[in-house]
Design a protein around this ligand. Structure first.
Ligand code: ADP
Length: 495
């Protein structure tokens, strides 16, 4: 059994119960009910979380509204910017603890969570830079008379942020960053499987000087506290990252007060490898595009389309690479993949392994739950299904595990037809040395983000959004910040 060293247990975990963080203070649930969160590497209880409900959401939304209308509304852009630099400093100083918490809570190797430091700090700094960078416009008009017309932007109000468990360290910042940069306030509902980093971050923000009530965190189950937040009449906008099924529920729940919504949902992204690609890069690149974070990434390149003339060679090299990927104790620096986040996710992934085999796909690597010293955690071997048909369930449904489906194609037209034959449109990639092929794929792939000869890279200044059932609303870039603002048009009579 994996034994996490006690030196790796942040003091934060020793607090007896993790409560909601509302109005700058720890507060128990109105019902005093609790839920447990598990360490997925050991299957053991890691911490007890408050099980929130309607009353807790009411309290958090009221606190967020009071904060929105209080002194926070009078912070100048420069004051918000300076505050965010202090936030960045506090997060940097406490980063190692946050990385350990995420690793314990959702299982990603510590090498991975620690490597997120630069990207996280860049993200906070990017949003800090935006605090002084949003504006309206003065627009010439054709009205008869002495009129001046302009637009001004204003913060939209209280943001409800519902986040997933696959990368809490960074996910929360798509809400906190936008809120702090614009003068909005937020109530976050982290995933029940991985809430600790968000709770600790909220506490750290207070240390940095973020006023009470600006960022609140309520924990609990999605169907209870998440649904209450999504439907709350005091919430002006919901930012949600999660499954397409839940995304639909969020849209329905938003109807009561016409909330604005940003959704990043599921994916089944195509990764297209042409015979003229540099396979030394394409093989590990396409493999890790599926396996990174144990396949628990919305934009993972789970359908690998390979041109037939290099198909057999690619599959052989992919299998050889897959068999070298180290899965195990997330605290072992040599380990590349940790466990899946939960027993539920393990069951789901194992079910798809069986479905792939029953559908007639060729299991070329993996396909098993790992045992021995890993048997008490939720570990699976990285898996390759070859000779997959794009109609098979393993090629159509989001598995959210380290399972690659490899599909042959002959021509660029066929590759595009198959790549776009999906209900999703989150990401996509092409590996080729031809500028012509690259250009056709960039224009042809129907997805919010396309990578060329690489996969998964992201920069906070470069926004992206899904198409089709992968959601809408931009994450990152100036348009992301714009989502936290509304526009007023103003007409001034100068006479
Ligand atoms: P997954 O199935 O991968 O856990 P979900 O979409 O269910 O993905 O979860 C993403 C986030 O949405 C989590 O924070 C979860 O608690 C929350 N959630 C789940 N169901 C609902 C719901 N009906 N309303 C609002 N939030 C929900």
């Amino acid at each position: 059994m994996i034994d996490t060293p006690s030196t790796m247990r942040p003091a934060f975990l020793s607090n007896p119960d993790k409560l909601h963080f509302i109005d700058g203070k720890w507060q128990p649930s109105a019902t005093s009910e609790a839920i447990q969160t598990f360490n997925p590497a050991t299957g053991k209880v890691l911490a007890t979380l408050a099980r929130g409900g309607q009353a807790d959401i009411d309290a958090a939304v009221s606190a967020a509204r009071r904060a929105f209308e209080g002194p926070w509304s009078r912070f100048t852009p420069h004051e918000r910017y300076a505050l965010m630099l202090r936030v960045c400093d506090v997060i940097e100083r406490n980063f190692d603890e946050l990385a350990v918490l995420d690793t314990l809570d959702m299982g990603a190797p510590l090498s991975r969570t620690k490597a997120m430091k630069e990207g996280l700090l860049k993200t906070i700094m990017y949003f800090a830079s935006q605090a002084m960078n949003w504006s309206g416009a003065t627009i010439p008009n054709s009205l008869a008379g002495n009129y001046t017309t302009l637009t001004i932007k204003a913060p939209i109000g209280v943001i409800g942020g519902i986040t997933p468990w696959n990368a809490p360290l960074i996910s929360m910042w798509w809400i906190m960053g936008g809120a702090l940069a614009t003068g909005c306030t937020a109530v976050l509902k982290p995933a029940e499987d991985a809430s600790l980093t968000t709770l600790r971050t909220a506490e750290l923000l207070t240390e940095a000087g973020v006023p009470a009530g600006v960022i609140n965190v309520v924990t609990g189950y999605g169907a209870e506290v998440g649904a209450a937040l999504a439907a709350h009449m005091g919430v002006d906008r919901i930012a949600f990252t999660g499954s397409t099924v839940t995304g639909r529920e969020i849209i329905k729940a938003s109807a009561g007060n016409m909330k604005r919504i940003q959704l990043e949902l599921g994916g089944k992204s195509p990764d297209i490898v042409f015979a003229d690609a540099n396979l030394d890069k394409a093989v590990p690149g396409a493999a890790m595009a599926v396996f990174n974070n144990s396949g628990q990434i919305c934009s993972a390149g789970t359908r690998i389309f390979v041109q037939r003339s290099c198909y057999e060679e690619f599959v052989a090299r992919l299998v050889a690479f897959t068999n070298t990927v180290r899965v195990g104790d997330p605290f072992d620096p040599a380990v590349q993949l940790g466990p899946l986040v939960s027993e539920r996710q393990l069951d789901r992934v194992m079910t798809y392994m069986a479905i792939g085999a029953n559908e007639g796909a060729r299991l070329a690597a993996g396909g098993i739950r790992l045992t021995g010293e890993l048997s008490e955690g939720y570990f699976v071997a990285p898996t390759v299904f070859a000779d997959v048909g794009n109609h098979m369930r393993v090629a159509r449904e989001e598995i959210f595990g380290p399972v690659a489906s490899v599909i042959p194609f002959d021509t660029a037209e066929e590759a595009l037809r198959l790549a776009n034959d999906t209900e999703y449109g989150l990401g996509g990639a092409v590996w080729t040395s031809s500028v012509g092929t690259m250009t056709r794929m960039i224009h042809g792939i129907k997805a919010g983000k396309v990578w060329v000869n690489c996969y998964g890279l992201a920069d906070p200044a470069v926004g992206f959004s899904g198409v089709k059932q992968s959601g809408y609303g931009v994450k990152g870039g100036a348009q992301h910040v714009d989502g936290f603002l509304y526009e007023k048009s103003v007409c001034i009579n100068g006479d």
